[in-house]
Design a protein around this ligand. Structure first.
Ligand code: C2O
Ligand code: CU
Ligand code: CU
Length: 488
């Protein structure tokens, strides 16, 4: 990644930083200079509100949604889509689009093997489509791009949760408006637990904390500024608040990090450079914990990490930092203030989970993630998404190698497939680091990279699914395709 960033900066210098105004996806129209330091304040051109001073606001924990009914098999929730206003910046009210009125949406807690039903009424003017990202689910509840809940109507989504413990998230998927809907607030966490996870002595309860990181751009009047440009979103939020602080005890915490941004990749580190332990990837626990000093997450990727704050004396602080293209104001994510001591019976065991054996692939396919730099159209293998075209047909039960290439000189992409989880085989021919060697559903594909993944289409469902870049502005511009899984 480091050399990718160097390339990016070099290219910005070479192009005067104003490249790709047509697709406008990474580099701002403003700030045409050679230094990364000037790439951030797109604000002058767009008159965005200035970034607020970090660490002024306490980090909230998104509320956990209460079921409206609980039976021996099923938990039912009511979660309307509605307009609301959120106090993102202290004293400023910002109109947002929400699930259930909060920004971000409430967390749904599910149990492996128990069914969840989400009853959704659409109370906004646009069609919406609820997608549970990472769910093993029938197409009818997958939230396809054209499978809309029309304004004023209600729909039940059913999630069987026949999958292992994992940090998932739900978000809107209504085609062409998904980027704007998600940007304006339509997302939330969905946490599945299971017996294996329960048997492990990991930090739990109030020491198991969601960290949803994303960026926004605010107009001077406190409304959200929206276009498809990366640099029009210079304000980093955690759980809906600007670069907050969080008071912790001097003990271990499990931090469930979701990159909930539309387009901004992050690479998370501690300001001390200290190690932490990554215990999950997108679709569940890693086989073994991975001790590291950084975790890169592109949009929609998740990683749970365990940080041991007992290393820091009470009264001190450590900052969660971003080192991926850290334009000014975007380096600081969240400050942990160590305010008390606490008992700590938790530990990270040497074995976390048994990952399923990998199958032998029989088919190889290639996918190129592309932009038309003139029009800004997003494409996969030269084609924009078309609801009526079948792009890829796979046989249920087959294992395949998918080779994904990002040919762009500096725009990052990633790749997400609905329904399935997959394993990363290699990145530019090199095996993945342990942090992405577990079960994944979204994988980074940096500029110039080729990533190979192994996918086994042996999930209990078949039919129409989708794959796309999850820099969600890109998919809303067409970088998405239809996947049909057919039973012989
Ligand atoms: Cu999280 Cu098709 O998306
Ligand atoms: Cu998805
Ligand atoms: Cu992309």
């Amino acid at each position: 990644m480091r050399s990718t960033r160097r390339e990016l900066l070099k290219l910005m210098a070479a192009t005067g930083g104003g490249a790709l105004t047509a697709s406008g996806l990474l580099i701002s129209r403003a700030a045409p200079t050679s230094s990364a330091a000037t790439a951030a304040p797109a604000s002058s051109a767009m008159s965005l509100a200035p970034i607020v001073t970090p660490f002024q606001t306490a980090m909230p924990i998104p509320p956990v949604l209460r079921p409206v009914s609980v039976t021996s098999t099923t938990d039912t929730y009511v979660l309307p889509v509605k307009k609301a206003s959120a106090e993102i910046i202290p004293g400023v009210s910002t109109p947002v689009l929400t699930y259930g009125g909060t920004f971000p949406g409430p967390t749904i807690k599910a149990r492996s093997g128990r069914r969840t039903v989400v009853k959704q009424t659409n109370q906004i003017q646009d069609g919406t489509s609820l997608h549970l990202h990472g769910a093993v689910v029938d197409p009818s509840s997958d939230g396809g791009p054209m499978d809309l809940v029309l304004p004023g109507t209600t729909r039940n989504y059913t999630y069987p949760n026949q999958q292992v413990a994992a940090t998932l998230w739900y978000h809107d998927h209504a085609h062409h408006v998904e980027a704007e809907h998600v940007y304006r607030g339509m997302s939330g966490l969905y946490l599945i637990s299971d017996n294996n996870e329960d048997s492990l002595p990991l930090p739990r309860g109030s020491y198991d904390v969601p960290i949803v990181v994303r960026d926004i751009g605010l107009n001077e009047d406190g409304t959200l500024y929206f276009d498809h440009l990366f640099n029009s979103r210079p304000q980093i939020l955690v759980n809906g608040k600007p670069q907050p602080y969080f008071q912790v005890a001097a003990r271990k915490y499990r931090l469930r990090i979701l990159n909930g941004s539309n387009q901004r990749p992050f690479e998370f580190r501690l300001s001390t450079g200290d190690e932490f332990v990554q215990i999950t990837s997108d679709r569940g626990l890693l086989g073994a914990p991975y001790t590291t000093t950084s975790v890169p997450l592109s949009p929609a990727e998740r990683a749970d990490i365990v940080v041991d704050f007992s290393r820091y004396p009470v009264g001190t602080s450590v900052v969660l930092k971003n080192s991926y293209f850290p334009a000014p104001g975007t380096e600081d994510i969240l400050r942990f203030d160590v305010v008390r001591t606490a008992d700590d019976p938790s530990r990270v065991p040497a074995r976390l989970a048994d990952l399923p054996p990998t199958a032998t692939p029989t088919v190889t396919r290639s996918f190129a993630l592309q932009f038309d730099d003139q029009t800004g159209d997003g494409m996969i293998n030269g084609k924009m998404w078309d609801e009526n075209r079948v792009d890829t047909t796979v046989r249920w039960g087959d294992a395949e190698i998918w080779e994904i290439t990002n040919t762009h000189p500096f725009i990052p992409h990633n790749f997400h497939i609905h329904l399935v989880d997959f394993r990363v085989l290699d990145r530019n021919g090199k095996p993945p680091l342990p942090g992405e060697a577990g079960l994944k559903d979204t994988v980074r594909v940096e500029a110039g990279e080729t990533v190979r993944i192994l996918v086994s289409f042996k999930f209990p469902y078949s039919g129409r699914y989708y794959y796309h870049c999850h820099l969600i502005d890109h998919s809303s511009m067409g970088m998405m395709a239809n996947l049909d899984i057919v039973r012989a």
